[in-house]
Design a protein around this ligand. Structure first.
Ligand code: TXA
Ligand code: MG
Length: 304
């Protein structure tokens, strides 16, 4: 029922809120320029920022990308459906609105059962950025999406709390011999490298543009400070800690397991942001590979 109503809305060119295993997305028919334009209007996002194309199955890759390197097939076989986005050379029909006018397209096969059901029933591809207004924290539960858009987005499918909670790992394979991680996610770098060989990290002047790679992004309204130690003299602050919240502080502990921390991070940022404190002091997570995605998002949240 719900799925068929969602598919009807997508066929009419409407935008819906769609759960994925990473974060909730604002989904629309990737082949309908009016529908994709509506995503940008809702998000308040500049039109030159590309959006990811979501497919039900890796088999559909050939319809959206050309010159697909062997490495892409290896990664797809290992990690799709799942929290991986591949940047590849685009097929001719892919809309400029989707690619931000570039010659590449970002493609992902999500594994969330609701996203899978919608994609299969729809039978096409869905363009979907994270369902937050431009520059804000991504939503990891339906209530976050409702709070962000209200009546402007009548249909938001329920998918529970996102299992991953951080946006997908983006790997650029569009330039031969230069595989690059444009956005770290929960996929293990060592696992990616075992399939690809050494992968560079970070954007270069030649890299395809990625909005999530702007220095200041994923930011709550409360100023975020990454700290080594909590300052006992700060007043009207909230804290986000690894160990238990020390006596005399107000805030939350997300624990020392990076997967658990990453899953809970955005909901915690939203909750603490709503308290209107002067600052949010975040205890800096360990400089270990398993924490790379969390550290990346916290660093961006702390950048003004
Ligand atoms: O986990 C995710 O990836 C979520 C869920 C909904 O799938 N989506 C998501 O979308 O995070 P968004 O639009 O918030 O972030 C996608 C990132 C942006 O930084 C965008 O610039 C980049 O992917 N991207 C998309 N297509 C690209 C392309 N052709 N070249 C370079 N970057 C691209
Ligand atoms: Mg986003």
């Amino acid at each position: 029922m719900t799925i068929s109503r969602a598919v009807d809305a997508l066929r009419r060119g409407e935008v819906i809120g769609l759960p994925t295993e990473t974060v909730y997305g604002l989904a629309a028919d990737a082949s309908n320029p009016e529908a994709v334009k509506r995503i940008f209007e809702l998000k308040g996002r500049p039109a030159d920022h590309p959006v990811i194309v979501h497919l039900a199955d890796a088999d559909e890759l050939g319809a959206w990308a050309v010159d697909v390197p062997e490495a892409a097939h290896r990664l797809a076989a290992a990690f799709w459906p799942g929290p991986l986005t591949l940047i590849l050379r685009k097929a001719a029909h892919v809309l400029d609105l989707v690619t931000g006018g570039q010659d590449t397209v970002g493609i992902r096969v999500p594994r969330h059962p609701v996203a899978q059901e919608v994609l299969r029933a729809f039978g096409g591809a869905l363009a979907a950025p994270s369902a937050n207004r431009f520059g804000r924290v991504s939503p990891t539960r339906r209530a976050h999406v409702l709070a962000e858009f209200g009546d402007a987005l009548p249909m938001v499918l329920e998918g529970g709390d996102c299992e991953v909670g951080l946006e997908s790992t983006i790997v650029d394979l569009s330039r031969e011999g230069d595989a690059r991680i444009l956005r770290p996610g929960v996929l293990d770098r060592a696992a990616l490298e075992s399939l690809l060989g050494p992968i560079a990290s970070g954007v270069t002047p030649e890299s395809p543009r990625a909005a999530g790679t702007l220095a200041s992004h994923y930011a709550p309204s409360t100023p975020v400070e990454l700290v080594g130690a909590l300052d006992p003299d700060r007043e009207n602050v909230r804290v986000l800690t690894l160990g238990p919240v020390p006596a005399g502080y107000r805030g939350m502990s997300l624990g020392r397991d990076p997967a658990v921390y990453g899953k809970a991070l955005y909901a915690a940022l939203r909750e603490l942001d709503a308290e209107g404190a002067e600052a949010l002091l975040v205890e800096t997570p360990p400089a270990e590979p398993a924490w790379e995605a969390v550290r990346d998002r916290l660093t961006r949240a702390a950048t003004k």
